[in-house]
Design a binder for this molecule. Structure first.
Ligand SMILES: NC(=O)c1ccc[n+]([C@@H]2O[C@H](COP(=O)([O-])OP(=O)(O)OC[C@H]3O[C@@H](n4cnc5c(N)ncnc54)[C@H](OP(=O)(O)O)[C@@H]3O)[C@@H](O)[C@H]2O)c1
Length: 367
């Protein structure tokens, strides 16, 4: 499997806006968004990377949040919230007979598990919002929108593997929709989610490496396109979809062509107050040396359009993307709060030794 495929795998009709009647004064949204009423939300998960941002945004807007998880990840994060202990892989006892306005499903990877939770909850919820991924698309050899061809899998395995991530997420979407019905179902397909709390360190590599200065390996060219979604923008859109009962499927991405690796270099240097000497290395060399470059994909072949995912439908439905420079600023502020041990064990695929080795080989090629 090429490093890019592993990258993609290891990483998305305007819903009927509900009339905003009977809003108590205090519910008047602080950011000009209309809000229906204080709602009871169940988050399947909630304590990893994206969950905490959603929970905080929902609480900030006056909603009530219940969590469902195994109590293994950051289990002291929300001590004041009810957490129902259980396991998607079979123990949903705690959800039986309970009622919520909306379920936000962050932790669905296996279709059997997602169908089971949707079936258990179906009679007692008003809306099911499923967090999927752009890895659901069958190919990136052409641009994709929400109606593009999806990945398929012949036999549904009992065990999860990143190999099948996209195809399994497609089945998660389809089986959950069968249980709750399209008139109560919302799917969000994010691309690379980045920002404070990101445990993948994929995007974080770039500002952290830039901060070190010196000669630095950059992939492709400054014009190379890049699509991302800030985790807070995703969280805002999730709560918007809940409040407006927005139904349907939405890619949550920055606009096509709005950002490049050249912009990323500028923003990283500006936020870290560092300068680097960028060495742009072409796809042929990267492929020939099987180089795993975080969040980077060559603009040819199977992944030519992985950064050409249409986000127009979500923007029409209210998704707003903040400047990536802001994301980098807040990401680095968060990074600076982390323990030395966490930083020392950062999951950066590109090591300093590997970078030096590649830069020497590239220079030796005399290009
Ligand atoms: N990161 C990206 O760039 C990206 C891109 C596209 C899509 N996504 C999607 O984002 C979602 C993951 O985000 P996240 O991990 O940050 O979500 P999260 O809701 O913040 O964290 C995952 C939660 O799931 C719970 N959990 C895990 N396995 C469980 C199980 N078997 N039963 C019950 N609860 C379980 C974990 O708690 P316990 O461990 O305590 O159970 C944790 O609370 C996935 O759906 C992924 O496909 C991510």
């Amino acid at each position: 499997m090429t490093s890019n495929r592993r990258e993609i795998l290891k990483a998305g009709l305007l819903g009927s806006a509900v009339g905003m009647v009977g809003l108590p004064a205090s519910a008047a949204a602080s950011n000009g968004r209309e809000r229906r009423r204080s709602m009871n939300l169940l988050v399947l998960g909630g304590t990893g990377f994206i969950g905490p941002h959603m929970v905080r945004e929902a609480l900030r807007r006056g909603h009530n949040v219940t969590l469902f998880n195994r109590g293994r990840t950051n289990n002291s994060l929300f001590p004041d919230l009810e957490t129902i202990k259980g396991d998607r892989a079979g123990d949903l006892e705690g959800l039986q007979g309970r009622r919520w306005d909306v379920v936000i499903d962050n932790s669905g990877y296996m279709p059997q598990h997602v169908r089971h939770s949707a079936r258990v909850l179906s009679d007692n919820i008003g809306q099911y919002l499923f967090i999927s991924t752009i890895s659901t698309y069958a190919s990136y050899a052409q641009p994709n929108n929400e109606d593009s061809t999806l990945a398929t899998i012949d036999d549904v395995p009992e065990e999860f593997s990143w190999q099948n991530y996209g195809a399994l997420k497609v089945l998660c979407e389809q089986w959950a929709a069968e249980e709750v019905g399209d008139d109560r179902f919302t799917v969000l397909r994010p691309t690379y989610i980045c920002g404070p709390g990101d445990h993948t360190d994929r995007f974080t590599y770039w500002p952290v490496r830039t901060q070190k200065g010196g000669v630095m390996l950059w992939p492709g060219s400054a014009a190379h396109p890049l699509q991302l979604i800030d985790v807070r923008d995703l969280a805002n859109f999730v709560v918007d979809c809940v409040e407006r009962r927005t139904l349907g499927t939405y890619n949550t991405v920055t606009p096509i062509g709005s950002y490049t690796f050249g912009n990323l270099l500028e923003d990283c240097q500006a936020i870290t107050s560092s300068t680097v000497e960028p060495i742009w290395i072409d796809d042929a060399f990267l492929a020939a040396n099987d180089v795993a470059v975080p969040i980077y994909h060559p603009i040819s072949g199977e992944y030519a359009h992985v950064s050409s995912i249409s986000g127009e439908r979500a923007r029409t439905a209210g998704l707003r993307n903040r400047p990536i420079r802001e994301t980098i600023r807040d990401l680095m502020a968060w990074w600076d709060t982390l323990a030395d041990e966490r930083i020392a064990n950062a999951r950066f695929e590109m090591t300093p030794e590997r970078e030096t080795e590649l830069l020497a080989a590239w220079t030796a090629q005399g290009v």
